[in-house]
Design a protein around this ligand. Structure first.
Ligand code: FAD
Ligand code: SF4
Length: 467
């Protein structure tokens, strides 16, 4: 709560940083929000009621101390806010940008009912962006080296968060990744209009300054064996993500013009990074995107920026039941994407390439095991949506490498790695020396949950190394 004005939220409305106008933002792939100025961040932070029971903190998967760092920003104490923010989150500038705040911290802000939630995500981003610019760095001056070393497989959010906690506790962290850049899906997945790639590069620089080592272009199981890591390090963390695309299994999926979401998005990111045209462009095409999650929104908004003639997003449930961030759906709509809800794709039609998608109307039936209502097809309700290109964005499943089974690392029936089964340290697998976290453990989810699991697994590793 503001010290000067306890009910600042009555006078100061919720204001996000300035958003670039649609016609301008469609010209490139840059982030669409500008930065807060210090006084703007302070006045927005001062809207926090300090309600005494910070639901926002509970809802945040890493349990950020939100009201406390909001107060520091209100008082202009940027470096202290950065220090506090890093006590609970290893990638705060990234989560501040791409968390689905509307269904996490901001969704549970007391002011969300009627006054507009505090702009928690934007202020979290502001804190670390500005602190880095002003020269702040995590302070590791008190850290005493233990002489222990941990190998981390995967430089995605889970692996990076694990490395962050380990080096802060004097344990050497060497991170292996098959790609040429760190970040996992932060770099090769999430489009630059949500997260510019220099943000990830800055974080790499900071982690390297902290002592984290990266060994890139190195796939474990191909370029180096898993056994080598098991023998050469005191523990191993696995954060390899989930990369098997879920297919629709309807006729016509093999037709030219049907694209999987992730390769399409990754090729576009690479083209943007290299400042060249993408191999697959949607320019001048009628694009139909199948799916309703964040990946579908990223496909929609990428295709629009590639100057598609039209982009139609087809989802089998209703808008309320979309799994992704509402904010991203709003942005997609602003940018010209058309949404068709309650439609189940039945077939992709075409003789030698895609010509249309045949869909059937759905209504929502009984909740399934996960509690979500199952879409049921309305008989006789089929229709045709013309299309030149189709993007399939149905999500991802784990694709565990063979070396897991070879080392008796147990999996769930749905191929996720099993952890926490033996009453041992947090996130330990069935192999005592091996820990795991992120999407490969919980299934495709969020950056912030991968960060949480990477941090908790690192604490588990520290307990194991202490035994
Ligand atoms: P990943 O990020 O997948 O990283 C795994 C890393 O392991 C990769 O770099 C991979 O190269 C490496 N690897 C795999 N196998 C090996 C091996 N054998 N040897 C060496 N390296 C290996 N979440 C949000 O919170 N907000 C969003 O807006 C959002 N948008 C998304 C958009 C898209 C298109 C996608 C696909 C996902 C999105 N997500 C979003 C989800 C989020 O990106 C993931 O939940 C998160 O990245 C998972 O982190 P991770 O570290 O578990 O795995
Ligand atoms: Fe909100 Fe995500 Fe930041 Fe937590 S990490 S405060 S959920 S934006």
């Amino acid at each position: 709560m503001s010290i000067e004005k306890p009910f600042q939220f009555l006078d100061v409305p919720r204001e996000s940083p300035v958003k670039i106008e649609v016609p301008i933002r469609l010209l490139d792939f840059k982030e669409i929000y500008q930065d807060y100025e210090a006084d703007h961040a302070a006045s927005q932070a001062a809207r926090c009621l300090d309600c005494g029971n910070p639901y926002c903190e509970w809802k945040c998967p890493v349990h950020n101390q939100i009201p406390n760092w909001l107060k520091l920003i209100e008082q202009g104490r940027l470096f202290e806010a950065a220090e506090l923010s890093h006590m609970t989150n290893s990638l705060p500038e990234i989560c501040g940008r791409i968390c689905p705040h509307d269904r996490l911290c901001e969704g549970d802000c007391t002011l969300n009912d009627g006054y507009g939630a505090v702009t928690i995500g934007s202020i979290e981003k502001y804190i670390t962006d500005e602190a880095f610019k002003a020269g702040w760095r995590p302070d590791l001056s008190d850290v005493v080296p233990t002489g222990k070393r941990v190998a981390i497989i995967g430089a995605g959010p889970a692996g990076l968060a694990c490395a962050d906690i380990l080096v802060r506790n004097g344990v050497g962290a060497r991170v292996f990744d098959r790609y040429d850049q760190i970040g996992g899906l932060l770099t090769y997945g999430i489009p630059p209009f949500k997260l510019e790639k220099q943000v990830v590069m800055k974080r790499r620089q900071v982690l390297e300054e902290m002592g984290v080592e990266f060994v890139l272009n190195t796939e474990i199981g191909r370029d180096r064996s898993f056994s080598e890591l098991l023998e050469g390090y005191d523990a191993v963390f696995i954060g390899i993500g989930t990369y098997r695309s879920i297919r629709g299994d309807f006729p016509g999926e093999q037709l030219p013009g049907v694209n999987e979401a992730l390769p399409y998005l990754v090729e576009n990111v690479k083209a943007v990074m290299a400042d060249r045209p993408p191999d697959t462009s949607m320019a001048g095409q009628r694009v139909v995107v199948l799916g309703g999650g964040d990946t579908a929104q990223d496909c929609n908004r990428t295709a629009i920026r590639q100057a598609a003639e039209s982009v139609t997003c087809v989802y089998r449930r209703d808008e309320l039941n979309m799994p992704g961030s509402r904010r991203e759906v709003h942005h997609a709509r602003e940018e010209g994407v058309e949404f068709i809800f309650n439609r189940q794709p039945m077939e992709i039609i075409g003789s030698d390439k895609v010509e249309a998608v045949r869909v059937a109307e759905t209504r929502l039936g009984e909740p399934d095991a996960s509690g979500r209502q199952t879409p049921e097809i309305v008989p006789g309700s089929e229709s045709i949506i013309p299309a030149d290109q189709v993007l399939i964005a149905f999500g991802f499943q784990p694709d565990p490498p063979d070396w897991l089974a070879e080392h008796e690392i147990e999996l769930h029936p749905n191929q996720r790695i099993r952890v926490n089964d033996n009453g041992g340290p947090a996130f330990q697998t069935s192999h005592p020396k091996v820990f795991a976290g992120g999407d490969i453990v919980r299934g495709a989810d969020l950056v912030v949950t991968a960060v949480f699991e990477g941090r908790e697994a690192a604490k588990g590793i520290l307990d194991y190394l202490d035994e």
